[in-house]
Design a protein around this ligand. Structure first.
Ligand code: EPU
Length: 303
C-alpha cells in the first residue's frame, strides 16, 4: 500500500481532512513555496500521536508548519506531510497566573487575551504573528523579552507518540533557539505570568505594537527578521550600513524600513530569497567582517 492510502486510513475516523498537493505558499507569511504532498490540520493529541507513529513506520517526512511566519518553503515544495495544530492543540486555559497553552495557539491571540485578563509577561508578543509552538522552538522575542522567559514547563511528543514533560532548563532556551526541535513535535507549555492592572498591561502591549509598526515593515509579505543578531550588534544595522536597503533580486527586496527584513514584493521565488540572502552575507562580510547567520527556518531544501 502506498503511504497516501495508509494515511487516509488512519485519518478517516478522526474528523481531520487531508489535502494532497496543498500549496504551502498560502500557509506562509512569505507567500512563497511549492506544494506539500499532504497537508493536515490536526486537532487532538491522539491524532497527532497516530501521525507520529505513521511518520516512523512509513519514514515519511513530517513538518509542523505552525503559522508559517518564520518559514521559507522551497520552490519545489515539501515531499512529506505538513501539519498545522488546531483545536485542543491550540487551547488556552488560565488558572490564576498559571496559563496552559497549546502549541497551535497564535501569539497575538495569547498576548491580547492575557492583557485583557490582567496578566503580564507576553505584551511583547502582539506583533509576532507566529504560533506558541514556533515561539517555543525559536525562543521568539522582541523589546528585551523572550518567550522562554515566561515558560515553566514544555510538553513535547516523541516519534513514538508519547508525551514527555520538560522543565524550563530541559528546554534549553537560548537567543532565538532551544533544544525543542530534537522532538517530533512541541504540543504545549505552561506559563507563569505576573498579575497586574489590565489597562496598564494593555497600554504596554499597544506601545510595543506601535514601536513595531514604526520600525519594521508590515504591509509586504515577509518572514520577520531574516538573520540572527550577532552578539552585541543588530543584523539590520549592519545590512543598512553596508548600503543594502532596497537591493532587489528577482521579486525579493531588502526592506527600506528595516534592513533585516526581506520582502516578497513581486512574486518572489524561494531561489530569489536565497540569492539575496547569499548576496547580503557576502556584502556584509566584505564591508564589516561579520558573518550573518539566518534565523528563518527552511523547508523542502536539501541542506
Ligand atoms: N538599525 C539601523 N538600520 C536598520 C535597522 C536597525 O540602523 O535598518 C538600528 C536601529 O536604529 C537600532 C538598532 O539598529 O539602533 C537595533 O534595531 P532594532 O531596535 O530594530 O532591533 P533589531 O536588533 O534590529 C531585534 C529583533 C527583532 C525585534 C526587535 C525589537 C533579532 C534578529 N531581531 O531587531 O526580532 O522585533 O529587536 O525588539 O533578534 C525577529 O526575530 O524576527 C525580529 C524581527
Amino acid at each position: 500500500m502506498e503511504w497516501k492510502d495508509a494515511l487516509l486510513d488512519i485519518i478517516k475516523d478522526s474528523g481531520s481532512r487531508v489535502r494532497f498537493g496543498e500549496p504551502l505558499a498560502k500557509h506562509t507569511y512569505f507567500g512563497i513555496g511549492g506544494e506539500a504532498t499532504a497537508y493536515i490540520e490536526v486537532s487532538t493529541v491522539s491524532q497527532l500521536a497516530a501521525l507520529a507513529r505513521f511518520h516512523r513506520q512509513w519514514e515519511v517526512p513530517v513538518a509542523i508548519i505552525g503559522r508559517g511566519s518564520n518559514l521559507l518553503v522551497s520552490d519545489t515544495g515539501f515531499n512529506g506531510i505538513g501539519i498545522r495544530l488546531v483545536g485542543e492543540l491550540a487551547k488556552l486555559q488560565v488558572d490564576g497566573n498559571v496559563v496552559s497553552v497549546g502549541a497551535g495557539l497564535s501569539l497575538p491571540r495569547l498576548s491580547k487575551t492575557m492583557s485583557r485578563q490582567g496578566l503580564s509577561g507576553v505584551e511583547f508578543a502582539l506583533g509576532i504573528p507566529g504560533s506558541v509552538g514556533g515561539a517555543l522552538i525559536m525562543n521568539a522575542g522582541a523589546w528585551g523579552s523572550s518567550f522562554g522567559d515566561v515558560v515553566t514547563d514544555v510538553t513535547v511528543m516523541t516519534d513514538t507518540g508519547e508525551l514527555v514533560p520538560l522543565t524550563h532548563a530541559e528546554a534549553e532556551f537560548e537567543y532565538r533557539r532551544s533544544g525543542l526541535d530534537a522532538y517530533f513535535c512541541v504540543t504545549g507549555a505552561t506559563l507563569r505570568l505576573e498579575p497586574g492592572d489590565a489597562d496598564t498591561i494593555t497600554a504596554r502591549m499597544q506601545a510595543f505594537y506601535k514601536q513595531k509598526v514604526e520600525t519594521q515593515p508590515f504591509a509586504e509579505e515577509n518572514a520577520g527578521c531574516m538573520f540572527k543578531n550577532p552578539p552585541g550588534d543588530s543584523a539590520g544595522r549592519l545590512i543598512d550600513v553596508s548600503g543594502l536597503k532596497g537591493h532587489r533580486i528577482g521579486g525579493a527586496e531588502v526592506s527600506t524600513v528595516h534592513g533585516n527584513f526581506i520582502l516578497n514584493i513581486d512574486n518572489a521565488t524561494a531561489a530569489d530569497v536565497l540569492d539575496l540572502v547569499a548576496y547580503i552575507q557576502q556584502q556584509v562580510r566584505e564591508k564589516t567582517g561579520i558573518s550573518l547567520q539566518t534565523e528563518v527556518k527552511r523547508l523542502g531544501f536539501d541542506d
